[in-house]
Ligand binder design. Structure first.
Ligand code: CA2
Length: 145
């Protein structure tokens, strides 16, 4: 049995669908996680979806993924732009890493244009709304062959 994909979401993404629908859409994180699980199954993958508002918790999950996951799809939220700790943890992970942003971070404020996580990511998806997670899952399936 192949190891699952970890789909990690960072701070404030638990608020999806509750505020700023013009930026982040109207689906909730629970909706997104549900269809990710269905889609992963169709692609022959298993996935586990986790969200935290805490940097250290995300670092712990990435470290645990070294043993328990075959790939990581991560939307690090605002930590994308600040967290060397998350980058370091991802650098210690051997499998594919795909970074997702619901909004197009390059069209937004300058402080969102740089992502530390992109230094490690094998691919970055931004501005495709929550569909970005589906695109990342498809890419993960082809990367894992
Ligand atoms: O576009 C993305 O996915 C982001 O990673 C989302 C982060 C933001 O800090 C990044 O620059 C880009 C923010 C997530 C906040 O999510 C909310 C969702 C609904 C309501 C309020 C916040």
């Amino acid at each position: 049995m192949p190891k699952p994909i970890h789909i990690l979401n960072g701070p404030n993404l638990n608020l999806l669908g509750q505020r700023q629908p013009e930026v982040y859409g109207s689906e909730t994180l629970v909706d997104v996680e549900k269809w990710c699980a269905t889609m992963a199954k169709e692609l022959g993958l298993a996935c586990s979806c986790l969200q935290s508002n805490h940097e250290g918790q995300l670092v712990d999950w990435i470290q645990e993924a070294r043993q328990s996951a075959s790939g990581i799809i991560i939307n690090p939220g605002a930590y994308s732009h600040t967290s060397v700790a998350i980058l370091d943890a991802l650098n210690a992970f051997d499998g594919p890493v795909l970074e997702v942003h619901i909004s197009n971070i390059h069209k937004r404020e300058a402080f969102r244009h740089h992502s530390y996580v992109s230094h490690r990511a094998d691919g970055v998806i931004a501005g495709f709304g929550t569909e970005g997670y589906a695109l990342a899952l498809r890419r993960m399936a082809s990367l894992l062959g």
